[in-house]
Design a protein around this ligand. Structure first.
Ligand code: ADP
Length: 499
């Protein structure tokens, strides 16, 4: 199958090679034989039927991961060996970038050119980052007292369950899996049911790279079955989850009610972008629009509440609306397109519901506000003004191309209103005034603060939330440590006069 890229060139849509669960190094059918459909949001057509994991399949995957952890080579390899294999895995991702990018495009409606230029190279890069860290995991030596000598060991935590979302399928896969691999853990990964294709493809690359059987297992299936089984499994030592706050709560409950496994949650957001009077308006208009609409607004860090200081409000909003009107929505394989379809019918309908709610609650629709009236789950980029802080569109995470603009007067007012949310994932501060930037960045309750930029992420920048956006960090050395646990070893010194 091919798709036109808009310049007349044809992009090869890959044949779907992997549709089965990946357990203990083999692609296998589910025990029940059940399959579920994965759908192309551009066309609403079924791409493939994928094996549907249920409790029994997750049990098998956990068993394989347990065996690989307790008796297999991966945690016992010299760390340099894990590093070498991970580097090979990263190279294979680069070598297969086009196929992987096309899979995420047809499965999630993401822009092909962006996945190819950003998601896939970033995924390979962060695997290299953590590969480099694999042989730099050290404990400390402690002189406790004259009669005892001690040291700490940083040991891999064991079997990890990764439950991942659909908005950045390859990238989030890599930022969960890479630090866990470097630490010497083994794992069961559940991709989102909307986007199973790239995770299965990556499993095959992991095998080709030489990652031993049982280290990475992939269970495709639904959240309330496969996902819930991972969260409540007595033999999973840690669960790392990225998704909605509601499901994060369920994961934490399941962990508490089973074996008290450690939990790391990266949840929803409703992030503010605060624009002060002194900025270069044209530049920041672009930043703000991208901050809210990139990836069709399907980002936990989307800057959906844009606070604009009163001196530039009218100019800023006029330019924002003009740019949004010129924003190109269409087939994500076309490099001229800026926004593809929403991931599935459920999200599409949910976003349209929020838009209607905004209108009903009295916000002023400046542009967009409806579906694109074509096949596929396309929605117009939408901007609301006159949004009160307590309106539904200002308090809830919409996860779509919908932005609210709000006017403010003072620094204190901006801080107060930006923080008036249950979430605390990210924030943007746009100003050339160092004093304001420093004051506001300290006062904002969010895990990531971007000053004069937005959406900048890298392997070394810890990423995660405050408040109901979750806890624990992905990326950065913090995330390596969440897959390690510290063992203290104390040794008696027998000729001590005190023993
Ligand atoms: P969204 O609402 O954006 O689809 P979710 O939080 O529902 O995000 O999904 C994120 C991931 O969590 C997906 O892999 C999904 O299958 C999984 N999931 C959904 N429900 C549960 C659950 N009850 N327990 C564990 N995982 C779940």
């Amino acid at each position: 199958m091919t798709s036109s890229n808009g310049n007349g060139a044809k992009i090869q849509i890959p044949e779907i090679k992997f549709t089965k669960l990946f357990i203990n190094g083999q692609f296998v059918d589910s025990i029940s034989g059940k399959r579920f459909e994965t759908v192309d949001p551009r066309t609403e057509d079924v791409i493939a039927n994928i094996a549907e994991a249920d409790k029994e399949d997750v049990d098998l995957a956990v068993k394989a991961a347990r065996e690989a952890f307790d008796n297999g080579p991966w945690p016992r390899f010299p760390a340099s060996m894990r590093r070498t294999i991970m580097l090979k895995f990263a190279d294979l991702i680069d070598e297969n970038a086009e196929e992987l990018a096309a899979l995420d495009t047809i499965d999630a409606g993401k822009l092909y050119s962006h996945v190819l230029a950003v998601d896939i190279p970033m995924a390979a890069d962060l695997i290299r980052y953590f590969a480099g860290a694999a042989d730099k995991i050290h404990g400390a030596t402690l002189k406790m007292s004259s009669e005892t000598q001690a040291y700490t060991l940083c040991e891999p935590i064991g079997v990890v369950g990764h439950i991942i979302p659909w908005n950045f399928p390859t990238y989030v896969f890599s930022f969960k899996v890479a630090p866990a691999m470097a630490a010497g853990c083994t794992m069961v990964v559940k991709p989102a049911e909307q986007t199973p294709l790239s995770a299965l493809y990556l499993a095959n690359l992991a095998k080709l790279a030489g990652i031993p059987d049982g280290v990475v297992n992939i269970v495709t299936g639904y959240g309330h079955t496969a996902g819930a089984t991972i969260a409540s499994h007595m033999d999973v030592d840690k669960v790392s989850f990225t998704g909605s706050t509601e499901v994060g709560r369920l994961v934490m409950q399941a962990a508490a009610m089973s074996n008290l496994k450690q939990v790391c949650l990266e949840l929803g957001g409703n992030s503010p972008i605060i624009v002060f009077d002194d900025v270069d308006v044209d530049k920041i208009v672009d930043l703000a629009l991208n901050g809210a609409m990139y990836n069709k607004g399907e980002m936990c860090v989307a800057g959906t509440r844009v606070f604009i200081q009163e001196g530039i409000y009218d100019t800023f909003v006029a330019k924002l609306v003009a740019k949004a009107n010129a924003w190109v929505v269409g087939d994500p394989f076309d490099p001229n397109v800026q926004q593809g379809p929403q991931v599935d019918k459920k999200q599409y309908e949910r976003i349209l519901w929020f838009i209607e709610k905004g209108k009903k609650e009295g916000a002023t629709l400046l542009t967009g506000g409806k579906s694109c009236n074509r096949k596929g789950y396309y929605i117009e980029p939408t901007i609301f003004a006159d949004v009160a802080d307590n309106m539904t569109i200002a308090t809830e995470e919409i996860f779509g191309p919908v932005m609210s603009v709000m006017k403010f007067k003072t620094v204190e007012e901006a801080i107060k209103r930006a923080n008036a949310t249950k979430y605390g994932l990210a924030a943007g501060i746009m100003t050339n005034n160092l004093n304001i930037a420093n004051t506001v960045s300290r006062a904002i309750k969010a895990g990531v603060v971007w000053i004069n930029c937005y959406l900048s992420l890298g392997p070394d920048l810890p990423f995660g939330g405050y408040k109901m956006s979750g806890f624990g960090r992905d990326l950065g050395m913090e995330s390596l440590h969440k897959y390690l646990q510290v063992k203290s070893v104390a040794t008696a010194i027998y000729d001590s006069p005190w023993l």
